[in-house]
Ligand binder design. Sequence first.
Ligand code: FAD
Length: 279
Amino acid sequence: MTEKKRFSFEFFPPKTDVGREKLKNVRAELNKLGPDFFSVTYGAGGSTRDNTKDIVLAMTAEGISTAPHLSFGSDEEDSILALIKEYKNAGINRIVALRGDMPSGMGAQRLVFANELVEFIRRETGDHFHLEVAAYPEIHPDADNYSQDIEFLKRKFEAGADSAITQYFYNADAYLYFVDQCQKAGIDKPIYPGIMPITNFQNLARFSKNCGADIPRWICKKLESFNEDKESIHNFGIEVVTKLCENLLAAGAPGFHFYTMNQIEPNKTIWENLSLSDR
Ligand code: FAD
């Protein structure tokens, strides 16, 4: 019997009232598509702690299955434990557990690796949470080498993670090779591709440089050629990302996690192109 595929959407917590109002409509629209869950990111160093929590709790109260992202940042165990317990008591049963990055200006404190956070959550709350961790098919920018990064991913699973979501990528082979290498290293849990729709070339290029995601040259060249023509960028982005997802599904990917950037489009169109509501 084939495993049921899993599809999810990610939001970041808006900083303004206008952004929060807009997100209510976005989540209502995307929820109509029937995703398995939503997730809400957590600001580096705990900077969005309350914002993330408020949105996660509001969505949970609306009956929308929602997972908070979480990292230690500069927090003590007590405050992280209090937050985890609050999530548990609110009926939340999934957490995306991360090391995160320190925002500039917050000093050179040691970041708590994600495997240590996974271990902590398991120790304190047993099997209550389904724990997601991050994976990097094109390798995390801080990693010394390819196989070491896979070994660190393996440690997250050994600490109790249930599945991983990847950094976004536009080269299906990078993901497929990575999954193959993970399996050879003894990882047998699902690794869900993170999918980043294309809407703004400058932002995407800047973000990709920071997080170590590669935008293939042909995609850069094509996007550059559109200049400020938003409609052409939008249409090309939908075409490229739909094709990427089709290739990944055909090659056996277990589902997707969409980095929505808090937008309905182009996520909805890509979802509909792939008929994901009929799965
Ligand atoms: P880790 O898995 O701890 O790894 C970090 C680095 O350290 C890697 O280079 C790894 O090879 C190395 N490493 C791991 N374990 C060890 C160890 N025990 N000893 C030595 N080295 C080790 N960022 C946010 O700020 N907020 C978010 O909400 C957020 N959500 C994300 C969701 C997903 C699905 C992904 C893919 C990324 C997300 N990020 C988020 C970005 C993430 O926080 C950064 O990529 C961060 O630099 C690494 O976090 P991690 O959990 O992957 O770290």
